[in-house]
Write a protein that binds this ligand. Sequence first.
Ligand code: ZN
Length: 379
Amino acid sequence: MSNRSERDGVTLTGTILRTLRDHGTLSRVELTQHTGLSAATITRKIAVLLADGTVEEREVVNGGALGRPAIGVALTRSSNRVIGVQIGVGTVTIAVVDVLGGTEHVRTIPYDAASTADDVISLVVETVRPLADPSVVGVGVAVPGPVDAAGRRMLMPINLAWRDVPIADDLEAALGIPVVAEHNVRSMALAEARFGEGRARRSVGFIYAGAGIGAGVVVDGAPLSVGVHGAIELGHLRVEAEGAPCVCGGRGCLETIASADALRRRLDGLGIAHREDAHPLVTLCRAEDASARREASVVLSHLATGVSTVTNLLNPELLMLGGGLADLPDAARDELIARARNATFPLIRDSIDIRPSSLGPTAGVIGAACAALDRLLYA
Ligand SMILES: [Zn+2]
């Protein structure tokens, strides 16, 4: 790939592959129309990509003149696969992700959240190594906190005691294949924008409730990365002026009310048993007694402040809810969305679409793989 010629910062090959990713099977003539490249360039580049298996030829039904089937070109699903890794607080999810967003070998492995970063990196290496066959070109790792602009370092996952971990370098050294790191919720937004219900939207937002609460946005196909570290820290939005102290050093943050730990404490206070298979927000919202309903309403109201902050400040066309927010009982989800919409500026309220994630629990690993392919294949 070193001899790729560049145009506008993206190589000609990257331009062709992105076009095939976004439009599916195209004839060579359509490729010249979509990319603005000459027929000679398309013919030459496609010959190379056919030879190395990156693309394949397909007959296009009804595509040819005078009843002749036209030959189209498409990305080869079984080439350029990436292993997507999503590190959460206490779980790692791993899958092999193909170039069209399909997943295989999906596994979620629990770990003790008090583990060191090195222990969790070793767990990832052990699990990834047997999956890394010759069709795998890299690893995308989604992490629970800000990453550096180069996609190498996990800077400050606030709900884990890890700081400034060179996770991409460590995994590359152990696995011998390229690794790219990305923020976990930004990865989820990216997955929805590429392969989910966000495909036809210019901007897609994602809010995820797991151990903490995170947000990410994709605009025109690219993850939005603001400030020095690209961080959007929705969980640390102050929602109670004199609220409880937060792990970040602040006070009254959304996570002091709606992190998984804060919700478990609330369930303890209500005498409601935790469930292993459900986010504590879901357990709280399913409880039927009056005091649990009152507490659920308080939590949903604060979460709605978080959601409406994203709608009012970042204004994505489509805002997807994931993790515990996607699994809420219908009535609780309707209440959350109605409260958030009520607190949203009218013009935005009329245009924004808020709904549960279309990709579910694999959004993170698919998005991690997308982030890796953006640097390894589509650059
Ligand atoms: Zn905080």
